[in-house]
Ligand binder design. Sequence first.
Ligand code: FES
Ligand code: FES
Length: 172
Amino acid sequence: MTYTLHVNGDLYQLDVPPQRSLLQALRDDLRLMGTREACGVGMCGSCTVLVDGKAVSGCLTLVPQVIGKQIITVEGLAKEGKLHPVQQAFLDHHAFQCSFCTPGFIMATIALLTEKPQPSEDEIREYLAGNLCRCGSYPEILLAVRWLIENRPSDSWESIPPEEQPSVETNR
Ligand code: FES
Ligand code: FES
């Protein structure tokens, strides 16, 4: 089957079976390795990406489920050499050690703040509970998220301007 995926503002054509997971498509077909694979069964959050602005687990999502939807991965966040504010906040607050979990936490944080710009402490913890960090960087991650809530630049969560039209880039 040929599917067209809209990823980070570009269109990609993939010839894959319908049971291909979004995670496999991103990593193995498009070589977007920033989306990490750990548990593969929806338990760790390392494969979190945005689909139409919502955080989803790439390992639990099939390619046919995201046709016509905007997918954003961690590779799509920085613009013109400038990190996305959430990326910058994680860096500034040393919110990682090995960084394996970091892309997933960053995408989940963007989804959280898009959905709820002023979440309570409980809401932050509940929203990010599906993301696991084996290095135990939770205190620094929470510091970064709290800093963003208090200091966030306005309108910074949208990574792709709506007026930006996708272009066909790759056929696979
Ligand atoms: S790899 Fe998808 S949730 Fe763990
Ligand atoms: S920083 Fe190593 S798993 Fe989170």
